[in-house]
Write a protein that binds this ligand. Sequence first.
Ligand code: SAH
Ligand code: SF4
Ligand code: F3S
Length: 447
Amino acid sequence: MQTEEVKRLYIETYGCQMNVADSEVVATVMQTTGYEMTEEIGEADCILINTCSVRENAEQRVVGRLQELQAMKRGRRVVIGIIGCVAERAKESLFESGADIVVGPDSYLDLPHLVATAEAGEKAINTNLSLTETYSGILPTRTGHSKISGFVSIMRGCNNFCSYCIVPYTRGRERSRPVESIMKELSNMREKGYREAVLLGQNVNSYNYVDEGGIDGKKAVSFAELMAMAAEEFPEMRLRFTSSHPKDMTDETLRVIAKYKNICNHIHLPMQSGSSKILKAMNRKYTREWYMGRIEAIRSIIPDCGLTTDVFCGFCTETEEDHRETLSLMEWARFDNAFMFQYSERPGTFAAKNMKDDVPAEVKARRLKEIIELQGRLSIESNKRDEGKTFEVLVENRSRKSTSDLMGRSEQNKAVVFPAEGHHIGETVRVKVERSTQATLIGKAEE
Ligand code: SAH
Ligand code: SF4
Ligand code: F3S
């Protein structure tokens, strides 16, 4: 008797939230060829590693991981695939490191064919980039661990070509996903009980969907309009978004955030550097003064807005003076939190081709340490300012430290821990903050 064979798929995801969202698209596509997700890597028939290329160490990890997987196989037939940004950049060379298939971020609809080829014993690759692919026909299978908050890609690619950045090369040109397909995904999440959606793009402020068949001919929808539509359509869901590019962050968008209660008062606004000279070399298209102006607009239009950033030190030609400008801008902006890095030259970028990576490794390391120390103090101070205040917290999980405590996030995206006392995951609870650490606000639910 023949039984339908169920094959198991294991996906490992590295890099940004976009990759988390993409892995869910991949899970859906693979289900159409009879693959079901497993959490047990040992029982997988296909292992896909969704990779990040943004810094060199992220990419090196992929080769190490491939070697581990080879050793783990021990004669068993398993298809091993490298997908995502490293696949796009390193292409065929990954076959030498042990990959069976190599699939770039715009080629996931081709996965069934590529996996079937590998099952038949041949190597397969597709790293074509597309001007149109947005996976708008796919309703992603939610594989993330949170059943409360999920990611929704609203656009793909990037056209900004910051001189240090690999993303425009690995992700291709910017394109906005149709409004209707975004709304459909949000509606599907609501049905599944999700209470929060994070709308994703490399630069969400430049979202612009042109509907050729609009009622009066062409109709374009901006990011501010999209957010307003989503906020009205899904009043019971919290909406977040990331990342915002300072050059495109308009007052109109800020006013929409301020107007709708269900759009969280939190903005992630990557500054990268506090020196106008370095920002120019980075091709960020704004100055220190412009960045400060945007923060002033945020503080005046959205009171109590959480503010986080990305910053990296040691870019080409960065002097001690430039570095001090980064520190002073961080101090002035009083960020709640930051992702902090040191410059890593990426092959093929404008900087790699035309600029000298001239800040010595030990100087980069020391500057990064200073940045991390400063942000540590700023986070402590920011959390101290919240003591005594009350926040609406969407509970996402039990606390890692104690099962009698719950963990959730404030609108400002800060982690808040409090005793459960009858409250549960998925509920929005008003919590009064009593004390804090660098990473967490700790309080009690209000009666
Ligand atoms: N699109 C987002 C950022 C995507 S990459 C934006 O423009 O804000 C995430 C972060 O990685 C960047 O904000 C930057 O701080 C950092 N980054 C990008 N390229 C880098 C490089 N070559 N070296 C070090 N950090 C880098
Ligand atoms: Fe990279 Fe700049 Fe695009 Fe962000 S905006 S993804 S940093 S090129
Ligand atoms: Fe990394 Fe690609 Fe995201 S390079 S940061 S996974 S877009």
